[in-house]
Design a protein around this ligand. Structure first.
Ligand code: NAP
Length: 285
């Protein structure tokens, strides 16, 4: 039996369609959502991500500013730019592309972004609000994972979700969001013993470890939903997930591919966050 493929590309296009519609309605009221992206240095992967974000803004009718700064930019200069963007009326969302060069304290930069413009959802106040269940700007990849599951018509309430990976940007927030959806959540990490045994108890398995094709069919209960967050560049230049898609799809239920699964959702959720921030700034929600 081969599993149903959950297409992040398709879901992402649906959501982008409705965002574009909302942007047109806002434009009629004189409101244009604005996103500022800051890139420090010339990391090739970051350059691609930033270009994709710029393109998404253009395609959806957002105003966008991209600030490309040299790798040797001082922390003080970067903080001064963030401060200017915090006060700019035409900017609703600010994203500082990570990782930053080693001489810059990432936490200091994230903490400097205005909470209501933190469209990456990494500011400690937004993280805290997520933990206590208050309204906040949600981190994009975890929010994309939940949106994909919901739009695939999968109910999470009462289900056992196992998350492999406990990073601040994926594993931890995705666990909190799954719990918010009333799943019973187990988290695994590099010190977990008998991980395959635990993973095989999952109705929904979310994997974010950064190891190409690591999770094979021995980790998957027949029929379980499998969401692969991993994005690993192989030596041959191809992109691979953390899940060995070919073997796992023979036992799993609905499964996300890489590429074309969680990846496209991340930028879409960033655009959604910027739209939400813009509506809040103009008192429209
Ligand atoms: P990370 O910060 O390196 O965290 C990896 C996590 O996986 C850690 O919690 C680590 O455990 C755990 N881990 C590593 N090896 C393991 C193993 N053998 N068994 C069990 N747990 C293991 O990575 P990340 O930022 O969360 O990213 C994870 C993956 O998602 C990467 O491939 C990344 O490229 C991808 N990603 C994709 C998107 C997207 O838009 N689709 C966005 C973000 C990340 P410890 O805590 O014990 O070290």
């Amino acid at each position: 039996m081969t599993a149903t493929i959950i297409s992040g590309k398709q879901v992402s296009e649906e959501i982008r369609g409705s965002i574009a519609g909302e942007v047109r309605a806002l434009a009629a009221k004189g409101v244009v959502p604005g996103l500022a992206v800051v890139l420090v240095g010339e990391d090739p992967a970051s350059q691609v991500y930033v270009r994709n974000k710029e393109k998404a803004c253009h395609d959806l009718g957002f105003y966008s500013e991209v600030h490309r700064l040299p790798a040797e930019t001082s922390q003080a200069d970067l903080l001064a730019l963030v401060d200017r963007l915090n006060r700019k009326g035409d900017i609703d969302g600010i994203l500082v592309q990570l990782p930053l060069p080693g001489h810059i304290d990432e936490k200091a930069v994230i903490n400097a972004i205005a909470v209501d413009k933190d469209v990456d959802g990494f500011h400690p106040v937004n993280v805290g609000n997520l933990v206590i269940g208050d309204d906040s700007l949600l981190p994009c990849t975890p929010a994309g994972v939940i949106e994909l599951i919901k739009r695939a018509g999968i109910s999470l309430s009462g289900k056992h979700a196992v998350v492999i990976g406990r990073s601040n940007i994926v594993g931890k927030p995705v666990s909190l969001l799954l719990q918010r959806e009333n799943a019973t959540v187990t988290m695994c990490h590099s010190r977990t013993e008998r991980m395959a045994e635990i993973a095989r108890q999952a109705d929904v398995l979310v994997v974010a470890i950064g190891r190409a094709n690591f999770i094979d069919a021995s980790y998957v209960k027949p029929g379980a939903v499998v969401i692969d967050v991993g994005m690993n560049r192989l030596e041959n230049g191809k992109l691979a997930g953390d899940v060995d898609f070919e073997s796992v799809k023979e036992v799993s239920g609905p499964i996300t591919p890489v590429p074309g699964g969680v990846g496209p959702m991340t930028i879409t959720m960033l655009m959604q966050n910027t739209l939400i921030a813009a509506k809040r700034h103009h008192g429209l929600v």
